[in-house]
Design a protein. Structure first.
Length: 117
C-alpha cells in the first residue's frame, strides 16, 4: 500500500516538481496550491505533510498549529519547506518534524521524507 503525502505549496512549478519527485519514489501524492481549511488536508489521509510557510489563504505556520492541536492529525509528521530565513526558529516553535530550505536538493528532500514516513 502506497503511503500518502500531502503537499501544500502555492508556487505551481515547485508543487509540480515535488509531486514528480515523490511519485517517482513510489508515494501517493496529493498537491494543493492553496487550501481554505485543514479539512482539505485531512481528507487525503496523509502519512506526511510537506508544507510551505508562505501561502495565499492561510499561513503554513497557522496550518501546522491547527494540525498539531487536532487529535486526528497531531501525530502526522509535518515538514516545512520554505525560503524563509528563520525557518529553523519557526519549525521549532511549531513542533514540526523537520524543515527543508529552498532551494532544495532532491536527494535531501527524499531522504528527509523517508526519515519521517
Amino acid at each position: 500500500m502506497k503511503q500518502n503525502i500531502v503537499i501544500v505549496e502555492d508556487d505551481h512549478d515547485i508543487l509540480e516538481l515535488l509531486i514528480l519527485i515523490l511519485e517517482e519514489e513510489g508515494f501517493e501524492v496529493f498537491g494543493f496550491d492553496s487550501i481554505n481549511s485543514v479539512e482539505e488536508i485531512l481528507e487525503a489521509k496523509p502519512d506526511l505533510i510537506l508544507l510551505d510557510l508562505w501561502l495565499i489563504n492561510m499561513s503554513g505556520e497557522a496550518i501546522a498549529s491547527v494540525l498539531k492541536t487536532d487529535e486526528r492529525s497531531r501525530e502526522i509528521p509535518i515538514i516545512f519547506i520554505s525560503a524563509i530565513h528563520d525557518l529553523a526558529t519557526i519549525a521549532g516553535r511549531c513542533h514540526v518534524a523537520a524543515f527543508i530550505k529552498k532551494p532544495f536538493d532532491c536527494d535531501h528532500l527524499v531522504s528527509t521524507v523517508r526519515e519521517f514516513i
